[in-house]
Design a protein around this ligand. Structure first.
Ligand code: PEP
Ligand code: MG
Length: 903
């Protein structure tokens, strides 16, 4: 346990009180109190109106699991004392028949996990206290409505009964009495519903609904701790890399009621727009409702501000904004917004309740936001002087920039509007309609794009939402589960498309007389909230001025350069536009897959003699040269690393009879002989076979042709542009320094010949990839012949683990499930093993050659965690695919800032 305050009997302090202007904790205790508890304490300290309560710490949760689900000693006494204190603060007593204290019990982990864990409201109600609540509030209907909600929620969360058992009773009751809305039911009706609910509980569980408030409380606390390990929490943690060891806190807080009539309300608000980042209050509220009603999307909430109402086109009578309906409370709330944003120096996501005109704050936290919003908010907070440029750089998740690169609908593309809802999460996607999350997951694993269509989503749908290209719901607002989760995942999402009639058992939905079936194609535009029939063309996004500003700050901060892995002039241009400062890996074999070239390549590979190979190579030379010229031209004097041929041969061998004949025609060789030669070249283990520099050793003329093409192109472009061209020639798959020594000499010779022929002065480097463990282990020797090292961590991962790059996807999920791997080692570098080899390669390489240039060009070069790791080794650059260049620029800046902090 990490908490320090010792309470009586030597027990560790496990309970922290807050509310009414003071608190025992504060925001700095987030790890111990969870996000919600820490911020409730912080808001109390700020003097904001927070209903009194207490937090049971995450240490208690950890101890509970470590100790066979038993509470640590002293906890019961501490909870009793804290509860009594809450009672004193609000002038009520827990369990008192006349003046009962009611509480909410909520989870609150260190990282926010929206909707993943359990909450119980109105706890403390029973057959006696409900009478007291009715008398106190003067509203019998309210009291019995609260009691039935409590029974429903408690039975579900704590006693694990299905929701629908209660929904059936309520729906049946409403049908019988011809009621339509819950508000049609009076106190006497709720009493009857409650009778039926209790009978149902007894029937299903064989025991009555607990009447003892104490039993209720400990049941709820146990359920919240228990929910830390439920399936949906575990899935969420896995997707968001949240360690199980963190545990959750439990917050017990005096209830305030948003459902006490027309001057009561409950709402959720953001201090800035979480979708766009616009600096305007944004949120939703419901009059005469409890918090769960807003979040669960059961009723469609009203906007917070008048301007938002007007924008939605909602009428004042039907859906007045809070600004209009409750102006005093609204004014107080906006004051709280300002105070919180200035205090936390970030956009806040707030829950509040108004009980009989009085505002109460139930939660604040840094709000989740879309990538465009994160960017805009970070840039504007910096420009407003609330945060520094370095802080702004740290406020945007590098991975989330991916979302900014998402396509949107082509404005000129024809479209057929099906339905409109709320623009819950931006981006556009088309896919086949599916109605079930399991199906979404299954189809997406088959490589199909799907759109998940639901009445509403629940945390059980998280895997389906993750698998879907887009999400549509019929119910729920911008803060509903679907909206919050989709935004977090960067999935386009339209919520609250209320005109949809979904018949999921029939696998169809209908809208305005049209029916759409499972498998039909639809398109979601999460930016406008529209859903279209069929596939609508999309276009790539244009990046905003904020993007350029933040990237500029990142570039000023970072020390490592960012290059791109790009093989064609087009890709190199894309990379340049994204800010790449060179090419870190041009895979020359990728240039050979085009139809006219592959025949010449096959001819070269299958040639039986040096002469035959030279003839084929002479066909390839001009093609290679012009590719390199295109690349050098785009890169205008920036370094370009060209890797010599590294194909596992099987990728190039002809397979069909047709292909053999094509090569026979081109080369004049006999087709039968060719086939026999192709068979001879087949390998059992091509990735460990005749590839990389081994080809160069066997067939020196191949690398000579490539060396000539590179140097000729560099000379030509240097002459054309008058700017220096810096080719870096890279030899792949080197295991021993002798391979490199041999090939370096050969390439130097050809380079000198070409330079002499052309009569220009040109500098070039010759280096190697470090992608085999032996090369890393003997890097001091290898460095004798290398001007630079580039770590090929794809092959290095493959060969260090002995794990096939091509075949491991089928069983890697088992390794992740059993937590043998925390993450896929081909995505994020294994720092202990592969990383240790990279570290050794750097160290030994520098021993021999202190000025050795070091980079990484495996896929890890675009992974933020791996970038942080290689920053610690002092690499000169990372290289990644063009679309990841902005991610790498930002990640490199963040890596620099965190290394400065550690220093
Ligand atoms: C590597 O192995 O990391 C690498 C960059 O080369 P390739 O992926 O082409 O094998
Ligand atoms: Mg490789």
């Amino acid at each position: 346990m990490t908490s320090t305050n010792k309470a009586a009997k030597g027990a560790v302090k496990g309970v922290y009180s807050f509310g009414n202007g003071t608190a025992q904790g504060d925001a700095s205790l987030k790890n111990l109190l969870g996000g919600k508890g820490a911020n409730l304490a912080e808001m109390s300290n700020l003097g904001l109106p927070v209903p009194p309560g207490f937090t049971i710490t995450t240490d208690v949760c950890t101890a509970y699991y470590d100790n066979d689900r038993r509470y640590p000693p002293g906890l019961r006494e501490d909870v009793e004392a804290a509860l009594a204190h809450v009672g004193v603060e609000v002038g009520k007593t827990f369990g008192d028949a006349k003046n009962p204290l009611l509480v909410s019990v909520r989870s609150g982990a260190r990282a926010s996990m929206p909707g993943m864990m359990d909450t119980v409201l109105n706890l403390g109600l029973n057959d006696e206290t409900v009478v007291g609540l009715a008398a106190l509030s003067g509203d019998e209907r309210f009291a019995y409505d609260s009691y039935r909600r409590f029974i429903q929620m408690y039975s579900n969360v704590v006693m694990e009964m299905e929701h629908h058992a209660f929904e059936e009773i309520l729906d049946g009751f409403k049908d019988e009495h011809e009621f339509f809305l819950d508000t049609d039911l009076k106190a006497s009706h709720w009493k009857e519903v409650i009778r039926q609910y209790k009978a149902k509980v007894e029937d299903v569980l064989g025991k009555p609904f607990p009447q003892s408030p104490d039993e209720q409380l400990w049941g709820a606390i146990g359920a919240v701790f228990g929910s830390w390990r439920n399936d949906r929490s575990e899935t969420y943690r896995r997707l968001h890399n949240i360690p199980e060891s963190w545990g959750t806190a439990v917050n017990v807080q005096a209830m305030v009621f948003g459902n006490m009539g027309e001057t009561s309300a409950t709402g959720v608000a953001f201090t800035r727009n979480p979708s766009t980042g616009e600096n305007a209050f944004y949120g939703e509220f419901l009059i005469n409702a409890q918090g769960e009603d807003v979040v669960a999307g059961i009723r469609t909430p009203q906007p917070l501000t008048r301007s938002a109402r007007e924008e939605l086109g909602a009428s004042l009578e039907d859906a007045p904004s809070m600004e209009e309906a409750l102006p005093d409370a609204y004014a107080e709330l906006t004051g709280v917004f300002d105070k919180l944003e200035t205090h936390y120096r970030d956009m806040q996501d707030i829950e509040f309740t108004i009980q009989a005109g009085k505002l109460w704050m139930l939660q604040t936290r840094n709000g989740k936001r879309t990538a465009p919003a994160a960017l805009k908010i970070a840039v504007e907070l910096c420009e407003e002087g609330l945060i520094s440029e370095e802080e702004a750089v740290q406020r945007v998740e590098p991975e989330s920039l991916d979302q900014l690169l998402h396509p949107s609908l082509d404005p000129d593309a024809p479209r057929d509007l099906l339905v409109a809802g709320l623009p819950a999460s931006p981006g556009a996607a088309s896919g086949e309609v599916v109605f079930y999350s399991d199906e979404a997951e299954r189809l997406s694993q088959e490589g199909r794009k799907v759109i998940l269509v639901r009445v509403e989503t629940s945390p059980e749908d998280i895997h389906g939402m993750h698998a879907a290209a887009g999400i549509v719901t019929a119910r729920g607002g911008m803060t509903s589960h679907a909206a919050v989760v989709a935004r977090g995942m960067g999935r386009p999402c339209v919520c609250g498309a209320g005109d949809l009639k979904i018949e999921r058992d029939a696998y169809e939905f209908s809208v305005a007389g049209r029916t759409v079936r499972k498998g039909d194609m639809i398109t979601v535009d999460g930016g406008t909230g529209q859903v279209f029939l069929g596939e609508v063309a999309t276009i790539q996004p244009r990046l905003s001025g904020d993007f350029a500003k933040l990237m500029g700050w990142a570039d000023r901060t970072r020390k490592m350069a960012v290059r791109a892995n790009a093989d064609t002039p087009h890709d190199v241009q894309v990379a340049r536009d994204f800010g790449a400062e060179g090419v870190g890996l041009c895979r020359t074999e990728h240039m050979f897959f085009e139809a006219e070239r592959i025949v010449a390549v096959r001819e070269m590979i299958l040639a039986e003699s040096e002469e035959g190979r030279k003839t084929a190579l002479s066909k390839l030379l001009p093609m290679q040269r012009s590719d390199f010229e295109g690349i050098f031209r785009v890169m205008k004097g920036l370094p370009v690393t060209v890797r010599l041929l590294d194909p596992p041969l099987h990728e190039f061998l002809p397979h069909s009879q047709n292909e053999i004949e094509e090569v026979a025609n081109a080369s004049g060789m006999d087709a039968k002989k060719l086939q026999a030669r192709a068979q001879k070249l087949q390998e059992f283990n091509p990735m460990l076979g005749h590839r990389g520099c081994r080809l160069g050793v066997s067939y020196p003329e191949i690398y000579s042709m490539q060396g000539r093409a590179i140097i000729e192109a560099a000379c030509a472009i240097a002459q054309e542009t008058g700017e220096p061209v810096i080719p870096e020639i890279m030899i792949p798959l080197v295991a021993t320094e002798k391979e490199l020594a041999l090939l370096r000499t050969q390439i130097n010779e050809i380079a000198q010949t070409v330079i002499a022929e052309r009569g220009v002065s040109l500098d070039y480097l010759i280096g190697t990839m470090i992608e085999l463990p032996r090369a890393a282990l003997t890097a001091d020797k290898v460095a004798q012949y290398a001007d630079f090292f580039s770590f090929g961590t794809n092959d290095l991962t493959q060969t260090t683990f002995g794990l096939s790059r091509d075949d491991s996807a089928s069983f890697l999920p088992d390794y992740l499930r059993h937590k043998i791997f925390e993450r896929d080692p081909f995505v994020s570098i294994d720092t202990d093993g592969v990383g240790a080899l990279v570290a050794m390669g750097c160290e030994k390489g520098r021993q021999t050659r202190p000025d050795l240039k070091l980079g990484i060009c495996g896929e890890h070069g675009g992974d933020p965690d791996s970038i942080r790791f290689v920053q610690s080794l002092g690499l000169d650059y990372v290289s990644c695919s063009p679309y990841r260049v902005p991610i790498a620029r930002l990640a490199a800046a963040q890596a620099q800032l965190s290394s400065q902090k550690q220093a």
